[in-house]
Write a protein that binds this ligand. Structure first.
Ligand SMILES: Cc1cc2nc3c(=O)[nH]c(=O)nc-3n(C[C@H](O)[C@H](O)[C@H](O)COP(=O)(O)OP(=O)(O)OC[C@H]3O[C@@H](n4cnc5c(N)ncnc54)[C@H](O)[C@@H]3O)c2cc1C
Length: 513
């Protein structure tokens, strides 16, 4: 039966088929809901690629208060404790809910959940499924649950390109599918579009994750938060493949060490060594590479023969690259991995635009602050999806007028990558940022394929310029210390365009920003 997407208007529309979109749809059921996904469900999403798992305080020696303390410490003074508390306290129940939905978590012979350790966690609290294939198993179960829910209409192969507004509120979604552009009239939209890795040369994200949800929200006038905070993972498999294969922190949690070509463990003197917070390990690896060394992960002594059983996804990626981790060193380099910033939301996922919600990586709840604690993002998406669904369900449907669907180009971040990779990477400086902002401004001002990715890059560049300190994952060589009284940052597209235009007209302006 052929179905016209326009006929499905009026219901809440969820944009994105990763864990955040699927969980929100499942929680909204049996309310009729329309889920738009650019790709077949589960494909092209970071969720399906997640290796480590979900963080939750489930061990006998653990407590949500300890999970909260670790989260706040990783966030380096910028987490919103009012948001972080409810999320980490909600984590154990969320894991139970996933198990009820059919997720087959890894268990001990007695049936208890097997708990892994990751960097900057003071307890073993990472729940896995299928070893290092956690995301794949979670998505398998969620997609099956979705398919059995008749009130959830899934429309694959449609990309949301713009949000329509009426009197300052959401009035619909302009999407493009196989038959061209369509307008779906709705007063309630949930963004669940994932991250920004596609803006960088070196990233672990699917290439299509280029911040389109941020661009949709920004064009609708939404406030975005903490845009400057981007996490770089220290251990991506170094090679020519893009996106890069992640080598999960769990590998270091099980004893792998980082060495250089001489076999030296150059992180030896760093508190926590290989399990120090991600930003510290990533910067150390980056610097060692910049100094002309090669850097490797060595699993031979601690994991050796068990590695393939414990980390089958990573082992087969190494195999494809001609590396046998039982006897070879694994070459690594840091790669963009996760965006702490996003559309500013409250715990119900409400943005500053009436009728617009956000959930998952595209949202910024305040949980992560300046640096995400490993495996807190899947947890955040699962916990918050329930509250987002409750908020959407509690907001009465409003009739909106059908409109003409203008055709907007599909985003293409290719020509943004050189600027973002150079200026918005692990180590930043004012000069490089100003150059990037000037270069991105004219690209962001048009309506071309590059414009939305450029607008996202520009908002990040301005937020980075305005944070004149170093904190968490954000490091500036010209402001290497923490500033007193630091706060979370907020920015709109107009703010970013205005700041970039001033910069373009006055080269010495950065000091005043
Ligand atoms: C390799 C890797 C390993 C990771 N491991 C872990 C881990 O172990 N633990 C952890 O907590 N986190 C992990 N993360 C981070 C975590 O996976 C993500 O933060 C999380 O999955 C994001 O979920 P999401 O639903 O917000 O976005 P995604 O899962 O990325 O889904 C976004 C969806 O939106 C769709 N989409 C985007 N734009 C549009 C549009 N305009 N129109 C229609 N559809 C659109 C995409 O096609 C996709 O389906 C990992 C990330 C990566 C890349």
């Amino acid at each position: 039966m052929s179905m016209d997407v326009r006929d499905l208007g009026g219901r809440p529309v969820i944009i994105g088929g990763g864990i955040a979109g699927l969980m929100t749809a499942l929680h909204l059921a049996p309310e009729p809901v329309l889920l738009l996904s650019r790709s077949p469900l589960g494909a092209d999403s970071s969720s399906a690629w997640a290796q480590g798992g979900l963080a939750a305080s489930l061990g006998d020696d653990d407590d949500p208060a300890l999970h909260l303390a670790d989260t706040l410490a990783a966030g380096d003074g910028l987490c919103d404790a009012q948001a972080a508390g409810p999320i980490v306290y909600g984590a154990p129940a969320a894991i139970e809910y996933l198990a009820c939905l059919g997720v087959r978590f890894d268990r001990t012979p007695t049936g208890a959940l097997r708990l892994g350790l990751e960097a900057a966690h003071s307890r073993r609290r990472i729940v896995h499924a299928g070893g290092d294939g956690s995301g794949r198993e979670i998505m398998r179960a969620l997609v099956a649950a979705m398919r059995s829910m008749p009130t959830i209409e899934v429309v694959e192969g449609f990309e949301a390109r713009r949000l329509a507004m009426e009197g300052g509120r959401i009035a619909g979604v302009v999407a493009s599918g196989p038959t061209g552009p369509v307008f779906v009239a709705t007063a309630r939209v949930v963004l669940a579009t994932g991250g920004i890795g596609g803006l960088f040369h070196d990233s672990t994200n699917p290439l299509g994750s280029c911040g389109q949800g941020l661009a949709l929200a920004a064009h609708a006038g939404a406030v975005l938060a903490d845009m400057e905070f981007i996490q770089f993972h220290p251990t991506a498999l170094d090679g020519s493949n893009r996106p890069m294969t992640l080598i999960s922190e769990a590998v270091r949690g099980e004893g792998a060490v980082i060495v250089d070509e001489t076999g030296r463990r150059f992180l030896d003197g760093v508190p926590g060594a290989e399990l120090a917070p991600r930003d510290i390990v990533a910067r150390a690896v980056w610097k060692h590479l910049a100094d002309g060394h090669r850097v490797f992960l060595d699993v031979r002594e601690k994991q050796g023969a068990t590695f393939g059983r414990q980390f089958p996804t990573i082992a087969s990626a190494c195999g494809r690259a001609g590396i046998d981790p039982t006897c070879d060193l694994i070459p690594i380099r840091p790669a963009q991995h996760y965006h702490m910033g996003g559309v500013a939301v409250d715990l119900g996922g409400r943005t500053s635009v009436p009728g617009l919600w956000a959930c998952g990586e595209v949202a910024s709840t305040g949980l992560h602050g300046a640096n995400r604690l490993a495996s807190n993002s899947l947890t955040e998406a699962v916990v918050c999806a329930r509250w987002v669904a409750e908020s959407v369900a509690g907001t009465p449907a409003r009739r909106t007028k059908p409109a003409f669907a203008e055709d907007y180009p599909s985003p293409d971040p290719l020509s943004v990558r050189p600027f973002s990779s150079r200026a918005l990477g692990i180590v930043r400086d004012g000069e490089g940022l100003q150059a990037a902002a000037r270069a991105l401004l004219p690209l962001a001002e048009g309506t071309h394929a590059v414009s939305d990715p450029a607008a996202v890059g520009l908002m990040i560049a301005i937020a980075v310029l305005q944070r004149q300190e170093s904190r968490g994952a954000h490091y500036r060589t010209d402001f290497p210390h923490q500033a007193p009284d630091a706060r979370r940052s907020k920015i709109t597209l107009d703010d970013a365009l205005g700041a970039a235009r001033e910069l373009a007209n006055s080269p010495a302006l950065e000091r005043a920003m």
